[in-house]
Design a protein around this ligand. Sequence first.
Ligand SMILES: Nc1ncnc2c1ncn2[C@@H]1O[C@H](COP(=O)(O)OP(=O)(O)OP(=O)(O)O)[C@@H](O)[C@H]1O
Length: 238
Amino acid sequence: MANTSVIRLEQVGKVFEQKKQRFQALKQIDLTVESSEFVVIAGPSGSGKTTLLNLIGLLDQPSSGKLFFNGRDLSQCSSTELAQLRRDQIGFVFQAYNLMPVLTALENTEMVMEFRGMAADKRRAAARKTLTALGLGELMDRYPDQLSGGQQQRVAVARAVAGEPMLVIADEPTANLDSRTAESLMDLMSQLNREHGITFIFSSHDPRVISRAKRVISLCDGSIVSPVSQAVEFSHAV
Ligand SMILES: Nc1ncnc2c1ncn2[C@@H]1O[C@H](COP(=O)(O)OP(=O)(O)OP(=O)(O)O)[C@@H](O)[C@H]1O
């Protein structure tokens, strides 16, 4: 089957306006990410990585240009349709994990599938399977404050991937992790990408993440500065 674009941006710009200040955070971005890609958006602090991820994750809207998700022109979608797409097709791993403190690891992992209206037995089975695959089989009934930072990060990944979304977006996924945990998290995401064909888009300035990407998109001052049409292969050795 031919590759389908998960995300396509055409001449996308993003301007933030505060009081009388106008700041162009993204400038005329052209970018296509195909199904099953494993992409890192790299660049220095302030280059626009989070702004770009927020657009790709349908959390924010461009000021100019066009954004397509799975072939759909998002400017034609209502806010309800955008919310449904986010819920059903996209998994998010936030830097701050954003786990619910009053829910166990298992309940946190089930949460997004519950929002989707999946039957309780199905979502519980999917959450158990994913947590076990992530090495958290024995810790499913613990609350976030009973888990280490790395374990919480794994629960956040489990929550993002358990419902097998089309796309997983991770903002600086290794920012708070030690080298070993960061390495195993990247192993896990590569495996999910290879075995389940889930498309991953990360933002990072961590060389450990960038070296594992199949394609790196470099941002500088809101513009893409690396070739985007060709996959860039990096050695796995850092
Ligand atoms: N809501 C906002 N209002 C005004 N300016 C903003 C807003 N969000 C981001 N910016 C500005 O846009 C630019 C890009 O920010 P962004 O957070 O996307 O960068 P980044 O590459 O993710 O940085 P970091 O690596 O430090 O997280 C920065 O100069 C930032 O100050």
